[in-house]
Each structure stands twice: as structure tokens, then as C-alpha cells.
Design a protein around this ligand. Structure first.
Ligand code: OGA
Ligand code: NI
Length: 321
């Protein structure tokens, strides 16, 4: 089961569904329920989840439920607009903007809205929908909360590595760390020719905080099988990306994941990708390496890593599970 961590020091491990080819096996629910007496144990649990799974869910995270609901409402309202209106924020040469695309090679439907959230100096408001009118205000408020929660989680993960609490945040560039939201739109797909919503991948940045709508679809690959991430009301799914794996010299796992379509229901997800400032050199922390523990990864300027990875994702190279 994908671990669930709550800020109020209560750890719950939730049931997930293991999907093997044609049948579902339900794992025993509520296997463990343990009280964590202090933040030290919370650090331990988040660290363990990141080492063993590379994904966990956080509840009681402090982001107001109403704000999460509003984020979902304005996102859905945007996608409900006529195609011509959505094209007002269409993607141009860079990655930001609205795009819909059928990916022939992997039989996937890719429809999304991508835009930067932070730092303010790199925001292109031309890619933020003007309609619905509350879109901007809701996303700005959400960004403030996302940053707080991200820095808190990075603090726990830094301590888990035996580093200073601000080590990871600082290594991403502090206030200049880049936050980007991608609203993924997965329409119901009764036709079986659509294989996947999101192809099999790891997230390229440092860490992703994802809020899904209630229709299940996100799956993670662990112990040679695909596991459904169970929907938990108001939870935030935390996904460890490539850079945290590299910075931790392999201790934190960049979880392999994908998203499936639902046959009957529309599904939307709101991942916020947190990445290092583009010009930073990213590699294993020197404190974590030494003669007995050589660096497992080369240090690479983040924007070079990003471009190389995207280039290597040519469709025919994407694995199809
Ligand atoms: C992504 C992603 C999964 C989902 O956008 O990187 O993994 O549940 N999305 O939509
Ligand atoms: Ni992803």
C-alpha cells in the first residue's frame, strides 16, 4: 500500500488494489495504525516511504480543503470551455500552455494545461486562463500553500538524510526553485484503443505534489507490479522525482508511474512539479558520498538534464507496460 503520512502524527497505511492482468486482489485494509509521538518519527516515516516507495500520500497537510476544491473547480471550468477559447492559451514553442494531442505510437490521449507558478519572475501570465475569472487568484493562493507544504516535506527529507533542514530547499535554489502546474485532462475512454493517459515515466524534477479528482487512475510500479494509488479525500500524493534520487545518491527512489483512463468517468489531476533552478548543477550531496560510498550519479546542470531526458522520450523509446 502506498504509505499515508498525516501531519497530526497519525500514520495510516491504506488499502490499495493490486491489478494483475485480469483480476483485482484487495489487500487487507487498515493493516497498521500507529501513533507517532513526535516529529522525529514523522521524519522517519516520510524518509522510509521515500526510500521504499518513492511515493506517499499526505493528509492533514494544512492546505484548506475549500481551496483544493476551488482549484479543481476552476481547472474543470477551463477544460469545459469551447475548444476555440482554450486555444487562447495554446502552447507555442515552449512547454507552457494548453495542448491536446493523440499520441499515435503509444495510443495515448494527451490533453493538458501547463504553466509556471513560481518564482514570480518566470511566470508567463499569458498561459494562465482568463476564464474562469477566478483562475488566477485561486492558483496564486494555491501556490503559496504548495510552497509551504513542499518546503516542509523537503525539510523532513533533508533531515532523513542527516542534513540540515533547509539543505534540499536551498539546493533547489531556495526561493528560485521552479514550481510548475500541469492540469491533466483524461476524458472517459470507453474504447480500448486508448492504452494510457500518462505513459510510463518518472518525474524529471525534484518532487511532485499531485492532487487528483476522485476517479482512480494513477498507478505506481513496485515489486514487479502495478499498484493503484487509492483515492483519499483531500490527500496530496507526493512523488519523488529524478533529482531527489540523484541528490540523495540513490537513497530516495524516483517512482515509476503512469495514469490509466477510466471507461466511464472523466478524470483530472493537478500535479505541481518542483524543480531546481535551471542553471544549478545537481548531483549527490558531498556529505553523502565518500571513499566507501562513491557518487552513483554525475552532477549535471538541471536544464541540460531536462532537455536530454525529454529528447530521449521519443515515442518509440517509451516502454509500454
Ligand atoms: C504527471 C503524472 C499522473 C496522473 O503528469 O507527471 O504522472 O495521475 N500524472 O495524472
Ligand atoms: Ni508523473
Amino acid at each position: 500500500m502506498v504509505p499515508v503520512v498525516t501531519e497530526s502524527s497519525l500514520l495510516l497505511l491504506t488499502p490499495i488494489t493490486i491489478r494483475k492482468t485480469n483480476f483485482d486482489t484487495r489487500v487487507k485494509p487498515w493493516r497498521t495504525r500507529a501513533y507517532l509521538p513526535n516529529e522525529e518519527l514523522l521524519v522517519r516515516e516520510v524518509t522510509k516511504a521515500s526510500e521504499e516507495w518513492g511515493v506517499f500520500q499526505v493528509v492533514n497537510h494544512g492546505i484548506p480543503e475549500e481551496l483544493m476544491r476551488q482549484l479543481q473547480v476552476v481547472g474543470k471550468q477551463f477544460f469545459d470551455l469551447p475548444e476555440a477559447e482554450k486555444e487562447a492559451v495554446a502552447k507555442e514553442e515552449d512547454f507552457e500552455g494548453y495542448k491536446r494531442n493523440y499520441l499515435e505510437g503509444i495510443k495515448a490521449w494527451d490533453e493538458h494545461l501547463f504553466h509556471r507558478l513560481s518564482p514570480p519572475s518566470i511566470i508567463n501570465y499569458k498561459y494562465w486562463p482568463k476564464n474562469p475569472p477566478q483562475y488566477r487568484e485561486v492558483n496564486e493562493e494555491y501556490t503559496r500553500h504548495m510552497k509551504k507544504l513542499t518546503e516542509k516535506i523537503l525539510g523532513w527529507l533533508s533531515e532523513g538524510l542527516g542534513l540540515h533542514r533547509v539543505a534540499l530547499t536551498q539546493s533547489l535554489g531556495g526561493e528560485m526553485a521552479e514550481y510548475v502546474i500541469r492540469v491533466n485532462y483524461y476524458p472517459p475512454s470507453p474504447k480500448s484503443e486508448l492504452a494510457l493517459g500518462a505513459a510510463v515515466h518518472t518525474d524529471i524534477g525534484a518532487i511532485t505534489l499531485l492532487v487528483p479528482s476522485e476517479v482512480p487512475g494513477l498507478q505506481v510500479f513496485k515489486d514487479e507490479q502495478w499498484l493503484d494509488v487509492k483515492y483519499i479525500n483531500s490527500a496530496v500524493v507526493v512523488i519523488i522525482g529524478d533529482q531527489l534520487m540523484r541528490m540523495s545518491n540513490g537513497r530516495y527512489k524516483n517512482v515509476v508511474h503512469r495514469a490509466t483512463f477510466d471507461k466511464e468517468n472523466l478524470r483530472i489531476s493537478w500535479p505541481v512539479f518542483v524543480a531546481p533552478r535551471g542553471d544549478l548543477l545537481v548531483g549527490p550531496f558531498p556529505e553523502l558520498t565518500g571513499e566507501e560510498n562513491p557518487p552513483k550519479f554525475e552532477s549535471v546542470v538541471y536544464k541540460d538534464y531536462l532537455h536530454q531526458t525529454i529528447k530521449s522520450w521519443t515515442l518509440d523509446k517509451l516502454p509500454l507496460y
